[in-house]
Design a protein around this ligand. Structure first.
Ligand code: TXA
Ligand code: MG
Length: 319
């Protein structure tokens, strides 16, 4: 684990050039990064995560100019980039035939998901390494995404089979849920994964946006129903809590008493604060000896849609 700085970026660039992996902070969650042009590095990501290989990866770039070399950018995509880049919006776009990217990045699709992160450490590493960085969230497949460097270390106690060489320690992620994923390859924009750029915001710039359903599942396998799951069963919309359950609360209404441990996503009902706390609290409530995690209702407006999406997946029957 290294604190940010020129020496860390130089070392991280060497690790990437050698086809190994670096964990890096973004404004959403920590990513497990590799050189997106290197097949061996992409295979290392899938192996370290234990990820089904049909799940494609997000490619992180400095800006729209860098994305241009990888994907076809139409007028609609360029408006979205102008509005939200750098930031927590991933765009799925047609892959250029000559894109200097591993085929594993697209996992057999003819599209690539691109995103320009706003986090200064992610940006510095993209700059220093001079290459697009493919990075899924830095957790084992199916687990809760990491929002601190320690979470990453906990996910990969053996360095992901010695593939993960370095964690750039950038503190806590400000947003705390993964980026919004928007597919712009069809007639109408299709929201594949809700995030902090909301559907309402997208529609204000792009017009009507469809929301992906289970039928679109193959388009974004991250939509697999059980995902982002802690070890304990998760129970939603809780209005009571058992003595051997952990309680994940929301808001000032402390109407729930009891429970073995209690945490509150946001005491004053702030959805931004709740998103930032979500994964860290799920991790710390996930303790042996308890029967489950009971979660109080979270309103579905704004960022609440992304929070409830992750909570539903955490609560879904496990594969
Ligand atoms: O905030 C984030 O997006 C984080 C940080 C590290 O950037 N990354 C992240 O990556 O959440 P990952 O791999 O955990 O989730 C990527 C999502 C998955 O649901 C995947 O299926 C979808 O994006 N995706 C990637 N490429 C795609 C493509 N070509 N077409 C459709 N969906 C794609
Ligand atoms: Mg993930």
């Amino acid at each position: 684990m290294l604190p940010p700085g020129p020496a860390a970026y130089a070392e991280a660039s060497d690790v990437l050039a050698a086809g190994h992996l670096v964990a890096l902070p973004t404004e959403t969650v920590y990513g497990l990064g590799g050189d997106a042009g290197n097949d061996a590095a992409m295979a290392a990501i899938f192996a370290a995560k234990g990820r089904p290989s049909f799940n494609p990866l997000i490619v992180h770039v400095a800006d729209a100019g860098a994305a241009e070399a990888l994907v076809h950018i139409d007028e609609r995509a360029s408006r979205a980039m102008e509005m939200w880049w750098p930031g927590p919006l991933t765009l799925v776009l047609p892959r250029r035939a000559d894109a200097p990217l591993s085929l594993l990045v697209s996992a057999g699709l003819d599209t690539v998901a691109v995103r320009s992160p706003a986090h200064p450490i992610a940006r510095a590493l993209i700059q220093a390494s001079g290459r697009p960085i493919a990075a899924p969230s830095a957790n084992r497949s199916g687990n809760v995404s990491p929002t601190t460097p320690m979470h990453v270390a906990d996910e990969f106690p053996d360095g992901g089979g010695a593939r993960l060489k370095l964690i750039l320690a950038g503190g806590r992620c400000a947003i705390g849920v993964e980026s919004t994923v928007l597919d712009l390859t069809g007639e109408r924009p299709l929201l594949l994964r809700p995030g902090s750029v909301t559907r309402e915001e997208l529609e204000s710039i792009l017009g009507p946006v469809d929301v992906a359903t289970a039928a679109d599942g193959v388009k974004a396998p991250g939509m697999m129903t059980s995902h982002y799951a802690p070890g304990l069963p998760v129970r939603l919309e809780a209005t009571s809590v058992a003595a051997d359950e952990a309680l994940l609360g929301f808001g000032p209404d402390q109407f729930l008493r009891g429970g073995a441990i209690r945490m509150n996503l946001s005491n004053n009902g702030d959805l931004t604060e709740a998103a930032a706390n979500l994964f860290a609290m799920l991790r710390s409530l996930d303790r042996p000896g308890l029967s489950g995690i009971a979660v109080m209702p979270v309103p579905d407006r704004g960022l609440g849609a992304a929070i409830n999406d992750r909570l539903r997946r955490a609560a879904a029957p496990r594969a």
